[in-house]
Design a protein around this ligand. Structure first.
Ligand SMILES: [Zn+2]
Length: 254
């Protein structure tokens, strides 16, 4: 079933396009030739994450801000996160996850969400078996992202940590010339102990969108609501450091 919902579907599904209408947008683009060049060269951001809600928890406010600034955002979700609902049939969970992610993408302004369908708990093996290396490499060539965001290397969840290793290896191998940042999902930040440069993004204006997007994950809401305090607490703590109300923090690792 994995292939049904993989990148092919994401391309055809207009919902994956943040609710934008390609037709009218295209006409607008064609109409102003001078802007066209600028628009097609607008900055791309690539997010590589393990589960369908990691991008919202980790950097939902930042992505919403980038979207408002006109940046093009592509999110690649490596798994469907089907293990969270073991009592449901895989097909049902996958559909639900894809739907919720697209709803969250609309709220945040994510242009494209691509699922790779890797099995949870088997990231390292499946990344190599399914030749994910080549797929991500061709996405980087296609979208030419200026910045890539992925999980932190010291994340205690093995799938998150495996993604960090994979992304770093790939970027080094292809000599990726943009910036690579990491984000935390649940980990209490040990950021003080890390020596890498930090990037604080003021998300005061988009924090509400982040919370709204989290609410789009209805199937996980019961477990999420208990953790919501930490989303607030971290945003406030990072905001204190960045001299604003709410902020998200990243580490620049390349
Ligand atoms: Zn995750």
């Amino acid at each position: 079933m994995g292939s049904v919902y993989s990148s092919g579907r994401a391309k055809r599904d207009p919902k994956s396009d943040s609710g934008r209408k390609p037709g009218s947008k295209d006409r607008k683009k064609a109409a102003s030739a001078s802007n066209k060049g600028k628009k097609s060269r607008k900055e791309s951001i690539l997010v590589l994450c393990a589960h369908s809600d990691d991008q919202v928890f980790g950097l939902g406010g930042t992505l919403a801000k980038f979207a408002e600034e006109g940046k093009r955002i592509i999110v690649v979700i490596f798994s469907y996160g089907e293990k969270s609902h073991p009592w449901l049939k895989r097909k049902v969970t996958v559909k639900m996850r894809v739907h919720e992610s697209h709803e969250a993408a609309k709220i945040i302004g994510i242009d494209k969400t691509i699922f790779l369908g890797i099995q949870e708990g088997r990231f390292q093996q499946e990344i190599s078996d399914k030749n994910i290396h080549n797929r991500i490499n061709s996405m980087i060539k296609k979208y030419r992202p200026k910045r890539i965001f992925t999980h932190a290397g010291d994340d205690p969840m093995p799938d998150h940590a495996a993604m960090n290793r994979f992304v770093l290896e790939l970027c080094d191998e292809i000599k990726y010339d943009g910036d690579v940042y990491t984000f935390d999902v649940w980990t209490p930040l040990k950021i003080k102990e890390r020596n890498m440069p930090k990037l604080y993004i003021d998300i005061t204006d988009t924090f509400r969108k982040k919370i709204k997007a989290l609410k789009a994950f209805e199937s996980q809401w019961a477990s999420m609501i208990a953790l919501l305090w930490s989303v607030y607490w971290r945003a406030i703590r990072n905001g204190f450091k960045a001299h604003c109300r709410f902020a998200e923090v990243f580490q620049k690792i390349r």
